[in-house]
Write a protein that binds this ligand. Sequence first.
Ligand SMILES: [Mg+2]
Length: 253
Amino acid sequence: MDGVLYHGDSPIADAFSFIESISDIPHCFITNNPIKLPEQVVEKMTSMGFAAPVIEQIITSGEATALWLNQQNPNFRYFAIGAEGLHKSLQKYGNEDVENADYVVFGEGAGIDYESLSIAINLIIKKQARLISTNPDNTVDATRSGQHWVLPGGGALVAPIVVATGVTPITIGKPFPLLYEMAFNRMKLEAHNCLMIGDRPDTDIQGAADIGMRTALVRTGRFLSGEIYPDNLHQPDIDANSLSELLKNIELE
Ligand SMILES: [Mg+2]
């Protein structure tokens, strides 16, 4: 979503007309960002001027984490470090338990501190809690005082726990398959019938290609016009400088 439809709170110029053009085609919005709840994402899009999506069209890595844990273990016990949206998603399905959590859940965003890190480490080492990470991004792009600003991503924030415990997290967000699969389920479609549109070669495009989707890179976010595409990553089927350029390259039927 960020880098494709908007930058922070500013919509990308041709995103409105693009969304309008695909209004008759099933689509979902999937984001590695766990900070906002799906209903808050709907509000954000509406306040920017997008036609309001249906809440089921929004899949955040925080909501997906909670849904997945619920599938693994209904009424799961968790200890979470992350932003409010992640905590609220987890509260819907599981029970917070600082003493005996089955899962330590790490989410991108504010919330990490020395005390929570030490609780997490002890739950993993002493109580065999499993380590879950909402998303693997090392950094994320943001805006501060109108300027580009880099924030630590989910991958960077979970790193202290990985170092301290030697445990590899189960990661929910792109490029791992879960967010895409939730979208297919909601649309009742299969991977080969779907096109992934994203701005990041390493997550959006690589993950989608790995599970058999067609892929379209738009160079409006992480990866800009003129940059050389990394040759160790899956090349996108369509490589466009903008959503309107992408629209010229796809058959909307
Ligand atoms: Mg993006």
